[in-house]
Ligand binder design. Structure first.
Ligand SMILES: [Zn+2]
Length: 167
């Protein structure tokens, strides 16, 4: 297992649309293991492959209190949505920035697990927010893009400055 470097907004690679995984093989299982380790170490509740510069449709999530319920979504699709909720979001690719985003309250998701088996589940609350946030990453979208342009520019300036200081 290995920790993977997480790329930070406004890195243009975050806007790459990820390709579907053709086959859940050992390479993908290794990626899932490394992503889970990276997510837990960060620490974060979700990570999309896009954030570690791998442009394939793989997500790891763990919204449990005890950090013992890993959810692996390969080629996820949100097949149904209803309601609305607003939640303050953060992102491992946008460190230190938190803001409120409006998303669907209930979703139905189908995906493959790390053994390549298809499964389906309903999600609401924080899990629904997290799945929508991570699927956005796979489509090249970062949560700050839901905010006003003024806020987006402020966040960009802040993060670019910080990268210069820490580089
Ligand atoms: Zn994120």
């Amino acid at each position: 297992m290995a920790l993977l470097p997480i790329i930070h907004y406004p890195d243009p690679r975050l806007h790459t649309k990820a390709k579907p995984v053709a086959k859940v093989d050992q390479r993908i299982q290794q990626l899932v293991e490394n992503m889970a380790e990276t997510m837990y170490a960060a620490p974060g509740i979700g990570l999309a492959a896009t954030q570690v510069d791998v442009h394939e449709r793989v997500i790891t999530i763990d919204v449990s209190e005890e950090k013992n319920t890993l959810l692996v979504l390969i080629n996820p699709e949100i097949t149904a949505r209803s309601g609305e909720q607003e939640c303050e979001e953060g992102c491992l690719s946008v460190p230190g920035i938190f803001d409120v985003v409006k998303r669907s309250a209930q979703i139905t998701v189908t995906a493959l697990n790390q053994r390549g088996e298809r499964f389906e589940f309903d999600a609401d609350g924080i899990l629904a927010v997290c799945v929508q946030h991570e699927v956005d990453h796979l489509d090249g979208r970062v949560f700050v893009e839901y905010l006003s342009l003024l806020k987006q520019n402020r966040i960009k300036t802040k993060l670019v400055k910080r990268a210069r200081v820490t580089a």
